[in-house]
Design a protein. Structure first.
Length: 294
């Protein structure tokens, strides 16, 4: 049964999802996250508050601008909906069933886990679009992750501090190995900081799973996308020409042939989310509560 609390949790998450859309668009461009308010990207008409309600407005307006009729990508609505659902899942795992003894600490744990998941969502879409993982997100969130693990009840702070350190060291090792073998960055330092962030929130234990699962899923999805573009004859956005590479990385690759550029961040983030949802104790407590009929 869906309670008013759960509707609140989803709505709270969807509003944050709406903010994440702003972060994803504006942060890599160094634009202010606060001003100006949302505008139509086609006609620049400011979007009224009632046309800016997460998920609902998109459905009511059928994904179009009220002023000029320009179509918006469904991505905005999907990010709002996904953020809402994930926030609800975390809410059920941390705050429900509203035990007065654990309510306050559950609320803090919920907010802590939210900052983690919201960071992963923003990093995923920024990396897909710009192949960067901004320090403005990874560094402060690593601090929040370790700090939360030390102050929140029932979480072993030391394990999470070790997670951040071991995660960063493991990836630096891979980074160095890639440099020795290919004389080029096989992955960016942004990936190192992302794994540090994952370790901060998840502890060191899920790190082997995260590294294995992210590599496997990256290989599978890249192969699948290559196959799809071969069949349909359409360019998949993962392949970049040398001119695009020069423009993006500010380097001169000369006459090098186009090569695949695969942002690894989204796969790390996905595996981190999987570790949180399917490996973390509070997820299983939630499942047990549901199956126990509580
Ligand atoms: Zn418009």
């Amino acid at each position: 049964m869906i309670t008013a609390f759960e509707v609140f949790a989803f709505t709270w998450g969807a509003v944050w999802g709406s903010f994440l859309n702003v972060v994803i668009y504006r942060l890599p461009l160094d634009l202010s996250l606060v001003t100006p308010g949302s505008r139509c990207s086609a006609c620049h008409t400011p979007i009224r508050w009632y046309d800016n309600i997460p998920v609902l407005s998109y459905l009511v307006l059928r994904g179009r601008c009220r002023a000029c009729g320009a179509a918006y990508s469904p991505r905005y609505m999907l990010i709002e909906a996904a953020t809402g659902v994930l926030t609800l899942v975390l809410f059920r795992a941390t705050v429900l069933p509203l035990d007065p003894d654990t309510f306050i600490s559950g609320l803090w744990t919920w907010l802590w886990a939210q900052s983690f998941v919201y960071g992963l969502i923003a990093l995923t879409f920024i990396d897909l679009e710009h192949t960067i993982l901004p320090d403005e997100i990874t560094i402060p969130l690593t601090a929040i992750g370790v700090f939360g693990a030390f102050v929140l009840p029932g979480i072993d702070g030391l394990e999470h501090l070790m997670g951040a350190v071991i995660g960063a060291l493991a990836l630096l090792f891979v980074f160095g190995l890639g440099w020795l073998m290919f004389r080029r960055e096989a992955m960016g330092l942004g990936d190192v900081k992302l794994v540090m962030l994952l370790g901060a929130f998840l502890g060191w234990r899920p790190l082997p799973f995260i590294l294995f699962a992210s590599a496997t899923q990256a290989l599978l999805i890249t192969a699948l996308m290559g196959l799809i573009s071969k069949i349909t004859g359409r360019d998949n956005s993962l392949t970049m020409t040398t001119t695009e590479l020069d423009a993006r990385f500010g380097e001169d690759y000369g006459d090098a042939p186009p090569r695949m550029v695969i942002p690894y961040g989204p796969f790390l983030a996905l595996s981190g989310l999987e570790a949180l949802l399917f490996g973390h104790a509070f997820f299983w407590e939630w499942v047990a509560r549901l199956s126990g009929g509580g």
